[in-house]
Every structure is written in structure tokens, then in C-alpha cells.
Design a protein. Structure first.
Length: 316
């Protein structure tokens, strides 16, 4: 039986996806087990996000367009079964998904709740997701677990894949998939976790903060798992793999050139910290890829940022 006295905070991080945000919030408001507090962390959206929140009666007034410090609006919102406390935070700067989740986790933790339920703005939690996360986290003694993330464009597929699982039919009757998850897409965290291991590494900005935090959770001895009865609908992964040397099965992920330095730095940090074998494999594959194509500038960019990450150098 679910402990009715345990409080849960939902955290949604958003940036310039106002229509998707509204769909996400509607899904949270209609959960069979609703959160007690809802934190909306707005990374300084400029697409009219505050205006649509006002129009939908989610916030009672507009914040400053460019606040000098984070601006907070607190209120309550109505649902079909009662009221939910709401805290809307308009950031003074866009410090990426990592900064947004850092802010959300910090505020939720400081509010004193027992559990924190986190997601991005482009996902839709199935209406019994939170109830099932809570139910099965208790059944399997989990303090860090995730919903199964389903491709909303093709519901028989997973959005990102999960340790060789790409289709719903591969799951069979399993209630959990141990050790693997797609974090920050319906992630339930007990307050003991941030109390022990700290908050999100906000310096990462984008790409990898969720992976780093999950690795840190595992490193500190907490089991992690995906709860298959808790469903989260999400657009499919946009990452594409590039072959290093066809027809060999060596593949790498390439990001847009203007942001590749962030990706390489974070990749270096995560793998040097938590898996040295993968770190050196990546070092070999990316160097081989750029050398074979005589892309010296890109080769230097990779190595400089990858090694910066390994050295925990986030000063750039």
C-alpha cells in the first residue's frame, strides 16, 4: 500500500516549447496519484511561455521578461480532485537542461518532500505513471527509478532503446528492467539520493547531465531500474550514429559543430570518471575517424575538449 503521507514534487524543465509544455502539465494534473507540488523551471524562454501559462490560468501574473535574478511565482492550481501547489521559476539566464534540472532538484529537495519526479517538457507521462513509479519503487526497494520511455510516433517502439531493448514486445511480462534507464524522462528520486550524492552537475549545460547523475547514483551503491508499468511518451532520439570505417562496426555520435565542444567535454568527463575502458575506446574511435578524413581542426577540437572533460575542466 502506498504511504499517503509521503509528499512528492514534480519538476518540469522547459525552454521554448510552450505547446509541448502545456500538454505535459495537463498530463501531470490528471495523474491518478497527483504530485503535492509542481515546479516549473523556465530557462528564460522567449517564445511566449509565460503568456500561455497565464492564459491557461497556471500562473496568476506575468514575470519579468529578463529578470536580473531568478523570479519565483507561487500559487495553487486546480485539478479534478483538488489543488496542487505550484512554483514557477523564471531563470535569469538559460544555463541549459543541466542548469534547469539543478535548479528544480534543489528547490524540490529544499521544499522538504520525500520524492522528486523529474521530466523534460517534451514528454507525456501516462496518467498512472506516478502511481506505478511509487508502487514498484516500494516493491523493489528502489530510490532511483524511471518510467519506460516510449516513442510517441510509434508506440510499439522505445524512444531511445534500453540495453538492446528497442521494442515493447521484447519486455514480455517483466515489471522492471534492472540497471538501465533513460533518466529525466519520468524519473522518481527519493530525497535520500541528493542528500547523499548532491545535485545535478550544472556546468555540463546540455548533453549528458542525466547520464552523469545516474552513473553517480550507481557509483554510490543505489540500484537503478526502469519500471515497465510506468509509461512515458516522448519523441524519438535525434542522435545519429556515423561509421568510423565502413564496413567495420565502429560508430560514433556527431553533434552540430557549433556545440560539439560541449558534447565532447561532457563525454570525456562521464567516461573518465565512471568507465575508463569506454573512455579510451572513444578516444581511439574519434581520433581514427578524424585522422582518416584529414579533419585536423575537428581532431584538435575533440581532443582538447575530451581531455578537458577528463580533467573536470568546465571553465570554458
Amino acid at each position: 500500500m502506498i504511504n499517503a503521507h509521503e509528499k512528492i514534487a514534480a519538476v518540469v524543465v522547459t525552454y521554448n516549447r510552450k505547446q509541448l509544455l502545456i500538454k505535459c502539465l495537463d498530463a501531470i494534473k490528471t495523474q491518478t496519484r497527483k504530485p503535492d507540488i509542481l515546479f516549473i523551471i523556465d530557462n528564460l524562454s522567449n517564445d511566449g511561455t509565460p503568456e500561455i501559462l497565464l492564459e491557461k490560468k497556471i500562473i496568476p501574473k506575468l514575470p519579468s521578461k529578463s529578470p536580473e535574478v531568478n523570479e519565483v511565482i507561487e500559487c495553487v492550481i486546480s485539478t479534478d480532485t483538488g489543488l496542487i501547489e505550484l512554483v514557477y521559476v523564471r531563470k535569469s539566464e538559460n544555463d541549459g537542461g543541466a542548469g534547469g534540472f539543478y535548479e528544480g532538484l534543489k528547490r524540490a529537495f529544499e521544499s522538504g518532500v520525500d520524492w522528486i519526479w523529474m521530466m523534460d517538457d517534451d514528454g507525456i507521462p501516462c496518467k498512472d505513471q506516478l502511481r506505478n513509479l511509487k508502487k514498484y519503487s516500494k516493491k523493489f526497494s528502489l530510490k532511483y527509478c524511471n518510467a519506460i520511455v516510449i516513442n510517441q510516433e510509434s508506440p510499439e517502439e522505445l524512444a531511445f532503446g534500453l540495453n538492446g531493448i528497442y521494442y515493447i514486445k521484447q519486455i514480455n511480462d517483466s515489471e522492471v528492467i534492472p540497471r538501465f534507464m533513460n533518466p529525466f524522462n519520468g524519473t522518481l528520486i527519493h530525497r535520500e539520493v541528493p542528500e547523499k550524492i548532491g545535485l545535478i552537475k550544472k556546468e555540463m549545460f546540455i548533453w549528458g547531465d542525466e547520464e552523469e547523475y545516474t552513473n553517480r547514483v550507481k557509483f554510490n551503491g543505489y540500484p537503478v531500474a526502469t519500471i515497465t508499468k510506468a509509461k512515458h511518451y516522448h519523441p524519438p532520439s535525434r542522435s545519429t550514429f556515423t561509421k568510423v570505417l565502413p564496413p567495420l562496426p565502429l560508430r560514433i555520435i556527431l553533434k552540430p559543430p557549433e556545440r560539439s565542444s560541449i558534447y565532447f567535454r561532457n563525454l570525456g568527463y562521464i567516461n573518465y570518471t565512471y568507465n575508463r575502458m569506454i573512455f579510451f575506446k572513444l578516444l581511439f574511435k574519434y581520433n581514427l575517424y578524424y585522422l582518416l578524413r584529414f579533419k585536423i581542426k575537428e581532431l584538435c577540437n575533440f581532443n582538447l575538449n575530451f581531455i578537458d572533460g577528463a580533467n573536470d575542466n568546465f571553465s570554458k
